[in-house]
Design a protein around this ligand. Structure first.
Ligand code: PHE
Length: 517
């Protein structure tokens, strides 16, 4: 309030050491007073009521001995006042003085008082010579106590420092101006409009705190990554460091053609049944695929070709155009492989449409090798239980190159799973309509102490690759894994419904660490 009133009267305070705190006779020049003033200035600054500049100075404070002298007088003054005036009483001996005020004070004080001519000897004792004295030491110390310095200057300060009565201390004083929200009232501005303020009408006269658009706000505690996303990121990084490019997988809805026919899955295959696949009712059918490719696919199914006898079963056009939620991301791989073979068919693709490829060989047939992966959602009409949901994520990859063998696939798997922290893998012959040979992949799980199935893989069949236009020596191996399975193992989750869906614990997700990163 003193600061505000002074500013109101004089509009600036050039030196806060000149402020006189109410109830005190002297200005607030001491460092203790300046520290109190700084507290008030900071609080007023935060409300834009004042602006101030800080000035650094060296000031002095009293030591314990200095404080005592400031209160009781110097040793020499105390000796002087303990003595009788010459001729007016019996002189006091040094022994008596020591008894009265202690050895130190008596000895030092007596010496100085002599030097100052304040006292003299009489008989075997001491008496006053001066009738009045000026105790400069005490006066100087009192001045330093209230102002932090001496008007008489540095020489005397140095002397008192040498006598260990004062020490130097860094100090501050301030120059103060009115701030943009200056007022003489220190009433705290309102930060909220309340019901009480509205009903009492006090809102009309209240002052309000300005909204601070620069404030950073409370940190929010939402926004953690789901474990599936963390594991997906890890697996994505493994692919990227092995030189794979990510396939576009945004199309959850596919046609029967790309999900099954292009992969040489027979139209009568049970996986295509309503019990296993979700079909889309509106729109229910896709446009026709590219006619020449379609012809080659339907022919290899119905009549064979490319060294195959085919299924020799009736072919339904209707079946190929049915729209469905993709049951595996191999539908996306089929799209990409078809694009990869475009050059081999003599077609040119738009830049954006071209898969990332390796260098061409000498063959001049348009083929270029590729390593592609995807991690995205698939849908199956499953009976849901502790380990199955109707939708989950597949980790899928394909490698296309000339003369790849099954050993390449197995070798790749070993490297890939080792990078995932699963060094022990085993393979078991399996069946897929689109791969031959096919391998199920098993990993030894140390925590579970048993082998668990982690994926399915194989060499794509010529009935799938050759209708796309790939040269005969091009082999493609591929594999699919679920993302949920390694995630559940990694986080020790045994019911998938605690990982995905409304029973998921938000807190568990916030607290689960990134597994490998
Ligand atoms: N599509 C297979 C599945 O869903 C995985 C797979 C992909 C197998 C590629 C072989 C080749 O299980």
């Amino acid at each position: 309030q003193l600061i505000l009133d002074t500013l109101h009267a004089h509009s600036t305070i050039p030196d806060t050491r000149s402020l006189v705190i109410p109830g005190q006779s002297e200005p607030a020049a001491s460092q203790d007073a300046q520290i109190t003033i700084l507290g008030a200035l900071n609080s007023l600054l935060s409300r834009d009521m004042v602006k101030f500049d800080t000035h650094e100075i060296v000031s002095h404070v009293l030591t314990a001995e200095g404080s005592q002298i400031a209160a009781d007088g110097s040793h020499e003054a105390r000796v002087w006042s303990a003595l009788p005036t010459k001729g007016q009483g019996s002189p006091v001996t040094l022994v008596q003085l020591k008894k009265q005020m202690g050895d130190e004070t008596a000895k030092v004080g007596q010496g100085r008082a002599f030097k100052n001519g304040w006292i003299g000897k009489e008989a075997d004792g001491l008496v006053k010579l001066a009738s009045t004295i000026k105790d400069v030491t005490q006066l100087d110390l009192l001045e330093i106590q209230s102002s932090g310095t001496l008007k008489s200057g540095e020489k005397n300060l140095a002397d008192l420092r040498k006598r260990k009565l004062i020490v130097q201390r860094k100090g501050q004083w301030f120059t103060v101006h009115k701030g943009s929200d200056f007022s003489t009232s220190t009433a705290k501005p309102e930060t909220d409009l309340t019901v009480d303020m509205l009903t009492s009408g006090s809102w009309k006269t209240s002052t309000y705190k300005k909204y601070n658009f620069e404030a950073e706000g409370q940190p929010t505690d939402g926004g953690s990554l789901h474990p599936l996303l963390k594991v997906r990121e890890e697996i994505r990084n493994i692919f990227l460091e092995m030189g794979f490019a990510e396939m576009p997988t945004a199309s959850f809805v596919e046609s029967g053609f790309w999900c099954f026919d292009a992969l040489f899955v027979p139209q009568q295959h049970p996986a295509r049944d309503l019990q296993d696949t979700f079909y889309v009712s509106d729109p229910s059918h896709s446009l026709d695929p590219e006619p020449e490719y379609y012809k080659r696919v339907s022919t290899v199914h119905e009549h064979g070709g490319f060294g195959s006898v085919g299924y020799r079963a009736p072919w339904s056009h209707e079946e190929t155009t049915k729209l469905l939620l993709r049951t595996h991301t191999t539908a996306s791989s089929a799209h990409m492989l078809y694009k990869l073979a475009a050059k081999c068919r003599g077609e040119d693709l738009e830049e954006d449409d071209r898969p990332a490829v390796g260098p061409a060989g000498d063959e001049n047939d348009g083929f270029r090798p590729a390593k592609l992966f995807s991690i995205d959602r698939v849908f199956r009409n499953e009976t849901m239980d502790a380990t199955h949901l109707a939708e989950f994520h597949q980790v899928e990859g394909v490698v296309a190159d000339r003369n790849l063998t099954l050993a390449d696939l197995i070798g790749f798997m070993k490297v890939f799973f080792t990078k995932m922290g699963i060094p022990q893998v085993r393979f078991k012959p399996a069946y897929n309509p689109y791969t031959e040979p096919s391998l199920e992949i098993f990993a030894f799980h140390p925590m579970l102490d048993r082998w668990v199935e982690v994926g399915n893989s194989g060499m794509f069949r010529p009935e799938m690759l050759e209708p796309m236009g790939f040269p005969k020596d091009v082999r493609v191996h591929g594999w699919g894994l679920s993302l949920e399975r390694p995630t559940m193992i990694r986080y020790g989750i045994n019911n998938i419904r605690t990982l995905v869906g409304h029973k998921t614990s938000i807190e568990g997700i916030e607290n689960s660490p990134a597994p490998m990163l």
